[in-house]
Each structure stands twice: as C-alpha cells, then as structure tokens.
Design a protein. Structure first.
Lengths: 500, 96
C-alpha cells in the first residue's frame, strides 16, 4: 500500500502549546489520506503537525533492555537535565506506569497518546511492554497506544501489536545497505549470539524491512525515524526514504545526530560531526518530493510528558503520583469533552485556505527568518528563547521549516552538580552558540533584543528585528519579507547582497 | 563456576531476560546498587548456549567478569572505541 504525499505547505493554525503558529504540514494535508487513516492521526501529536499544537503525549520508561548497539547511544548516560532519546530519570514497572498514565491523563485532559519508547528497545522488553499495553487498554480505553522500535524483534511481535490495538508504530531505520549499517551499528544480539559488523547490520535491516511490510499489510500506521549522520548516511537517506515509502510507511522523520563528547557515545568520543541546520533542511527538502516529511519532532526523552516542546515530567514523579487521587471515570468524561472541542476546532481550520501574497516582485529569492515565538506570536525575548522557529518567506508565501533548540544539549558535568568542572572558557558562550544555530537565517524576529546580542547578530549577518513584537508570526515574517523585497535586494542581480 | 556482575552495570535488565537459569536478580539496595548473579544457579550457559547469554547481550564493557576477574567484554570490545581514546576519556581499566 502506498500512501499519497502530504503537502508541506503550511496555512496558519493558531494557538496551542508549540510556540509556532503553523508547523509545516497543511491542516488540510491530512485530507489527502483515506478517512480511516486521517481519523487515526488527527489527534496524535507525533504524527500530525496540526495536532501537536493541541494534543499532548507521554512516554513511560518501562523498557530498559536493548538488543542492538547504536554508535550514537550510550546506555550509561542518564541525566535529568537532558532532553534527548534514550535518556530517563526514573525506570517504571508496568504497574507504576499504569498509575502514572492515569494520573497524567486525569491532570492533562489534552493527553491522547501513550507511547513506549525506551530507554532501551520496547520490543526487546516484550513482557514489560505488552503488560503495560494490556493493562492500559483495559483501564484507559480512550488513550491511544504507540510504540517505537529499532525493528530487530519486530516481525515476531507484529501479531501482538495488532492484538493490543496499537495503531501507531515508529521504526528507526538509518540505512538499507549493510555496509552503511556497519558504520552505525557495531553489533546486534540475535538468536543467542552477539553478531558484529556487516552481518549484524544485514540481519537488522532485513528484520526492519520485513516488520515494516507486515505492519502496513495489517493497516497499522508506520512512521520511520532516521538519524542524519554526516558522511555516513546523509546521501543514503534519500534511498531510505524511497524504500520505506514503497513499503507503505506514512511519514518520514529525519532527525539530526546528537554527538557530544561528554555523552560518551562512540560518535561523540570519535569526534563525528553533527549535521548543520542547513544540511538537515536540505535533506528533508530532498526527501519531501518522495515522502511526507515530519519537521516538528523534538527528539524527546523516553519519559517525556506533555505537549511537544514542553516537558512536565517533573510534576509526575512516582513519589508525587503516589499521593494523587485519581477518579478516572470522571476524568474520561472531561477528556472526551476537551478532545471533541479540539477536533471541532481542527475541522474548522482545515477548510481555511490562505491567499498567496501580493506586491512581491516575481523572481524574488526566498529568505530564511528565525522567530522567538510564543503561542503563535512574536512574543519572546531573544535571550529567553528556548527554541527558534525557522520560517522561509518567498513569493509563494510563508512556510514553516523547523525548530532549532537553544538548549538541546546537557551543559556538561558541572551543570549536573557532580563530576569534574568543565574548564572556564573551554566551550563557546551561550550567545555564540545561539547565533551559530541561526546559521542560514538573514533575520531574527523577537519581542526584544539586548545591546550585546544585537551587535553580535549584525556582525554575523543576521538582522535583528524587534518591530513586530506581539504580532502573529506568519504576518510578521511576511511583512519583513515585503520590506526587504521592496528594496530590490531579493532580485537576481542583487543576489550577492546580504539583507543585513 | 559462575560469572559475576561488576559495578559498571547500569541495571538495564537485558541479561535478566536472557539468562536460561534465572540466575540474575536485583538485590536489596544496601547489598549492591546493581543486578547480581546467583553463584548457585549460574552455569556460564554450558550446555545451553555457545556463549554466556548475559555477556552476549550486555551493552556495557567490563560489567561481566569470570572467576579470574577477567572481563568478558573488555574495554573497546563493544563500542570499537580505540584504547588510546578510552584512556584519554578515563574509560579504560585492565581488570576488575
């Protein structure tokens, strides 16, 4: 089964927990899909970009064991200050997980989805994973279940997945060629043996592809995650995108490699470069012709709670949950009302088409702009932004491109309060780093910018702009684009001139 | 003869699930902060598997040792990180 490609052009959606106003996929992008699939994803924040503004998800960390090694993962690392896959603060038993889900679902009525994502591989922990799903489908039948996996044990568990009514599965597929795979996966555990190198990668790839086909044959929705590793699989991912689409995957999510030396991963220690923002975007755009691309992923932790881009995990530690009183019957009624209202709002938005902008000279080149946003408005101070939203303005209109986090990585051992203190001056300042992540952008819109960052931004060729504070993001981006276009700087003959 | 788990263990449960003898257990916190192998039950998988299963799935180097204190997965053997790099990052030990 091959699914149609979702449009990546974005009319505006308002409000929500994400700080952007429109996040890549058109609200009516889901309309291209068959009804039964659209109904499945419209309230899933990790599958529908529109839904992630309104609906929340949570992960329960019940799956510690893993059956493969990835060069970007270190099983020793666990830091509560960090936000990235594979990291958790508190491992739960299935019984504790159920308690936590019921408490969160009662407290956050927008929660629609419970996922098991690790910190190991959920299907390498079938007992704990399926016990959790089984209990949940009895006690909280209104919560959608989803699972993510590296795919090695997927074929043997497809029937069990279908039985528990899990209709969203994410497989991480970084390659379809064992030679590439051997550079990403040093070993797998397979049929009671540790198998190294190309042979291990070959088995893993075979199992992933087999499992993907089995799931789509059963009508289970599959999202494919790929980690972009420069020099290893960057060009290869275009092939991956084509192959997984042909097998019926519904969405492809290409995520940047995280490889800090202090995480102690193979790639971190060996100095493997992370992709630049530009590289990631180029690849996402290259794959977008073949496959619906997801651009709103926040690479969240295996115990994340809340809307994408926020983490309320601290409010729901086991000691706090133990003293909460949950009336789930009452909570379900409340949740239903909240969900219905959101769905109604989304349905209404889907019908609204956005007109193309006028008064822009034809042939004007597109411009990337970064926005410090909040609830769809240019509302954040430059120095307070936890993430920047990147938009492309062109004669076609304004298009959301990606989120770039300013605090993606752990600040190192000193920030964790134990271990060696990182030498002063060893790493770049936060300001320098934030300016570096704005690479490729010509303008940054925010509510306010301080004097020092203003000068540094200008020096870096990025024009700071505080004139559109509290305006809706897309309108502000278009207004700035029109101002630049009016100067004639965007026409081909003036192409070498930078805006700033 | 029995294998042992060292303090390098990160409690990921992988070995517990694959041990054919149910020899691996989580002790009381004051006994050890990580899983242990019951010496009475461990057979090093002789007769069941070609390789001891805990050591075949364990993702952490230096976490499983034999009676001589030798690492079944010595530094660098699972990650492929060269010894010089492990030493540079303080991740290298010769024996338990």
């Amino acid at each position: 089964m091959e699914l149609p490609v979702i449009s990546n052009n974005a009319p505006a959606a308002e409000g929500g927990g994400c700080s952007s106003s429109g996040c890549g996929t058109a609200p009516d992008g889901l309309a291209h899909l068959p009804d039964h699939i659209r109904a499945k994803v419209q309230d899933h924040p990790c599958y529908s970009e529109q839904a992630h503004h309104y609906f929340a998800r949570m992960h329960v960390a019940v799956a510690p064991a893993c059956n493969i090694q990835c060069n970007y993962c270190n099983r020793k690392y666990d830091c509560s200050n960090e936000s990235r896959p594979g990291v958790v603060s508190e491992l739960l038993t299935p019984d504790q997980a159920i308690k936590k889900v019921l408490a969160v679902a009662a407290e956050i009525p927008q929660m629609t989805v419970l996922g098991i994502a690790g910190p190991g591989d959920p299907l390498a922990n079938p007992g704990r994973t399926f016990d959790t799903f089984r209990q949940l489908s009895e006690k909280a039948p209104d919560i959608k279940l989803c699972v993510s996996t590296n795919g090695l044990s997927l074929p043997e568990h497809v029937d069990e997945i279908a039985k528990h009514n899990i209709d969203h599965v994410t497989i991480t597929i970084n390659c379809v060629d064992p030679e590439v795979g051997a550079k990403i996966y040093p070993w797998i555990y397979w049929q009671n043996k540790r198998i190294f190198g190309i042979e291990g990668a070959r088995i893993l790839i075979e199992q992933q592809q087999k499992g993907l086909q089995m799931l789509t044959d059963r009508g289970i929705l599959v999202k494919v995650n790929s980690v972009l590793i420069p020099g290893i699989n960057d060009q290869h991912l275009k092939e991956v995108s084509k192959v997984v689409k042909a097998k019926g995957a519904f969405l492809h999510n290409v995520m940047p490699l995280i490889a800090e030396a202090e995480h102690g991963t193979y790639y971190g220690i060996m100095g493997q470069p992370e992709p630049t923002q530009e590289m990631l975007q180029e690849l996402q755009d290259a794959c977008a012709g073949d496959m619906a691309m997801m651009r709103h992923c926040r690479q969240c932790r295996a115990d994340a709670v809340g809307l994408l881009g926020e983490d309320r995990g601290d409010e729901f530690t086991m000691d706090k949950i133990d003293v909460m009183e949950v009336d789930y019957e009452a909570a379900m009624v409340r949740r239903k009302a909240v969900h219905d209202a959101i769905i109604e709002k989304l349905e209404a938005e889907r019908g609204v088409a956005k007109p193309k902008p006028t008064d822009i000279p034809a042939g004007s080149r597109p411009v990337l702009m970064a926005v410090a946003g909040k609830n769809g408005l240019v509302a954040e101070h430059f120095g307070h932004a936890r993430e920047f939203l990147i938009y492309e303005a062109s004669p076609e209109g304004v298009r959301f491109i990606s989120h770039r986090k300013t605090e993606l990585y752990c600040g190192g051992m000193d920030a964790c309060g134990d271990g060696d203190v990182v030498e002063a001056g060893a790493s770049e300042s936060l300001l320098d780093r934030n300016i570096r992540i704005l690479e490729g952008c010509e303008v940054v819109l925010c509510a306010k910018v301080g004097y020092e960052p203003w000068a540094k931004l200008e020096a870096a060729g990025i024009a700071p702009n505080g004139e559109h504070a509290m305006e809706p993001i897309e309108e502000a981006v278009m207004a700035v684009y029109k101002e630049i276009a009016a100067t004639g700087k965007l026409l081909p003959q003036a192409d070498s001139l930078k805006v700033a | 003869m029995a294998l042992q788990i060292t303090e390098s263990c990160v409690n990921c449960w992988a070995c517990v699930d694959v041990c054919p003898n149910d020899a691996i257990y989580q002790p009381e916190r004051d006994e050890a902060p990580h899983f242990l192998i019951s010496a009475d039950k461990c057979t090093e998988c002789l007769g069941d598997h070609a390789d001891p299963q805990c050591a075949a799935i364990c993702p952490i180097e230096m976490a499983i040792v034999n009676e001589l204190g030798e690492f079944l997965n010595p530094p660098g053997s699972l990650t492929g990180i060269p010894i010089e790099k492990l030493k540079e990052f303080g991740l290298w030990r010769e024996a338990a």
